[in-house]
Design a protein around this ligand. Sequence first.
Ligand SMILES: Nc1nc2c(c(=O)[nH]1)N[C@H]1C(S)=C(S)[C@@H](COP(=O)(O)OP(=O)(O)OC[C@H]3O[C@@H](n4cnc5c(=O)[nH]c(N)nc54)[C@H](O)[C@@H]3O)O[C@H]1N2
Ligand SMILES: Nc1nc2c(c(=O)[nH]1)N[C@H]1C(S)=C(S)[C@@H](COP(=O)(O)OP(=O)(O)OC[C@H]3O[C@@H](n4cnc5c(=O)[nH]c(N)nc54)[C@H](O)[C@@H]3O)O[C@H]1N2
Ligand code: SF4
Ligand SMILES: [Mo]
Length: 699
Amino acid sequence: MTAPSLLPTVRTTCPYCAVQCNFDLHLENGLPVKVTPTKDCPVARGTVCKKGLAALSDLRHPDRLTHPLLRKNGELVPVGWSEALAYVRGVLGPLVQTRPQAVGVFGSGSLTNEKTYLLGKFARLALKTPHIDYNGRYCMASASTALNRSVGYDRGLGFPLAEMGTSDLILLVGANIAETLPPIMQYLKAAKDRGGVVYAIDPRATTTTKVAGRHLGLRPGTDGVLALGLLHLMKVWGKVRPTAPSHGMLEALAQADAYPPTRVAHECGIPEAELLALARAYAEAHKPLILTGRGAEQHAHGTDTVQAFLNLAFLTGHFGKPGGGYGTLTGQGNGQGGREHGQKNDQLPGARSLRDPRHRVEMAALWGCSEGDLPQPGHSAQNLLNACGGEIEALIVLGSNPVVSAAGAGQITERLKALKHLIVIDFLPSETAQIATLVLPGSMWCEEEGTTTNLEGRVQRRRKAITAPGASREDWRILCDLAAAVGRPQGFTYATFRELQDEFFRATKGGKADYSGLSAERLDRASAQWPVRHADGPDTPYAYAPTYPTADGLATLHLPRLPAVSASSRTLTLTTGRLGNQYQSGTQTRRNAALRAEATAQMHPDTAAEHGLRAGEPVTLRTAHGETTLPVVLTPGLRPDTVFLPFHWPETANLLTDPDTVDPHSHMPAFKATPVTLHPVPVTVPASRVGAHRQVVPV
Ligand SMILES: Nc1nc2c(c(=O)[nH]1)N[C@H]1C(S)=C(S)[C@@H](COP(=O)(O)OP(=O)(O)OC[C@H]3O[C@@H](n4cnc5c(=O)[nH]c(N)nc54)[C@H](O)[C@@H]3O)O[C@H]1N2
Ligand SMILES: Nc1nc2c(c(=O)[nH]1)N[C@H]1C(S)=C(S)[C@@H](COP(=O)(O)OP(=O)(O)OC[C@H]3O[C@@H](n4cnc5c(=O)[nH]c(N)nc54)[C@H](O)[C@@H]3O)O[C@H]1N2
Ligand code: SF4
Ligand SMILES: [Mo]
């Protein structure tokens, strides 16, 4: 049953990636029937990708969750809200009084800014637990950590996207934007049309490497070595001219001495001539732009890899230039805002620190509690999931599907099953919802108001077009219901969404990510890039100009610590990533008939031949952490020492990744490099088992 539409056409933002395209939803009988891109969109300028176009079909998908589900005698059965909330009162109520640290919260970069803010407040004030973290830890956390520790804050791009077109050399380091952030390709093409050069640095040839025109197919995990090799040559060629005075410059430069071209080419597994050609292009460029994606970042040394590129951009005088320098390509719809407003384990709204006594006092004043009531930082994402079933007895998940997306998903699923209480708020029966003790039906993108912040720090309105179906509720109301159920409703009694939104904007005042000059009305007039400190003041299209918000205003160039590279050609490395037609853990896109895709194992024809494998035949991939069987796809553009798996299906990539090793700085798991072996499947295994992933059964 659906409520009548509010308007015949509503302009809103896409539910998926960090570009945050705007489009118009055309409504008929209370439901959107068509999406049309708008030329007014400041980001995509009238383009939209196929995922955005197909997003409507999830809204009333037959699997849509429309009532709470409670596990009884092993089965999830439909119940009313009063019974669902009585369960929460019964099990979480006593726990938050006696052992709040036994409760965890897992959030998401898919959540609007307002929900991000509310989730952090809910964990700290209603549950009083230190243990809240989110899936952004799996995403751009390494880039975020490197930027924060070097220049004191982190905005993925320090300039409007369109400035990309003014760069004369773009290095895409582990970013397959033609499939993952397609509208950005127009800015890449603009740069090329002006005579710019584009390199895509990726162990695989992809659509992006083709359009870029120059492809450097390095060995997975060696991007940091490449960056140090480039710095080495810049030093030799007299191209060092630091962006600004900073700490650690001499040490960073001295470190590069140990990375001459021969070593770098050998470790990266690339011809020395290709390294020199890239270095020459960088040396000659007036405004080179280095953009990292997850390929460079999702490693146990991801922070140090980003640091090496940041140091290179900084020491060659390009950091912070409009359209140049260094940036990271944020991934999720609100991956940027989601990392600013308090769902990180160590963070308070406005990118404040939970460790900073002044920040704690500021937030306590706004929230009407004492500073001492606020917990200290708790577990980060992967550690939180690993603590489930032990120290953590109850977990609330909002906007993530770790059964598919967490590193070492096999082990993590066992941890989640060992929980006494797993409460999942979702709108579709994700694999994580299917093992929950309680599932609460939440709201989809155009069923709620809010704001998101895209990959250039641009805050935009996401407008409500329709009402959530059946007994499902807006997520923000569910969080308020949960606060009341555990006996701590104070601070969670907003009469309207607007009250929550205004409180959120206020809460960021004085923080590094200051949104306090924003309001729904201002955002109706135009989007704005943060910080926006005053209602009648400007926004900030250009960030990263010195001085930086650090203790003394200077940047600190930390020394990247990179692991020794074993360049043995016998070792096969598994790397993982995305397909253009699927989104993340696939809850939404695997159900969408317009977005067909297949789970396969991509490998070079020589690799297949060496292992006695042929196209379409099953292969069992085995790592120290698990195994899975998939059909072989021959990919001549992939390095012969690398195998690629998408992660959008259960029983694909994350059964093979490492659940226990994380980057020491960002706590990011190593999604992009796991030693793997390949085994042909004996003919006795029925072909029907190949690629037969656990089907998503409606609960
Ligand atoms: N279609 C689609 N679009 C998406 C998403 C999605 O799931 N589907 N997710 C969104 C999100 S949350 C994110 S974070 C972004 C991610 O966007 P991207 O970073 O573009 O995505 P990935 O496919 O994970 O990784 C990019 C590339 O890194 C390469 N790679 C693997 N290992 C290495 C390495 O060691 N070094 C280098 N240099 N490259 C390596 C892979 O071959 C891959 O082509 O996409 C966003 N957009
Ligand atoms: N091997 C490997 N693993 C990876 C990666 C990789 O490259 N390789 N990439 C990592 C990255 S970058 C990311 S970002 C993660 C993403 O992986 P996840 O954290 O699992 O994110 P999603 O798949 O987007 O899951 C979102 C879930 O929440 C629901 N949901 C989405 N939005 C909302 C909302 O607003 N409200 C409610 N109630 N529910 C919502 C969806 O239906 C879905 O079930 O995966 C990581 N895992
Ligand atoms: S998925 Fe990303 S690129 Fe595609 S329409 Fe949505 S916001 Fe735009
Ligand atoms: Mo991501």
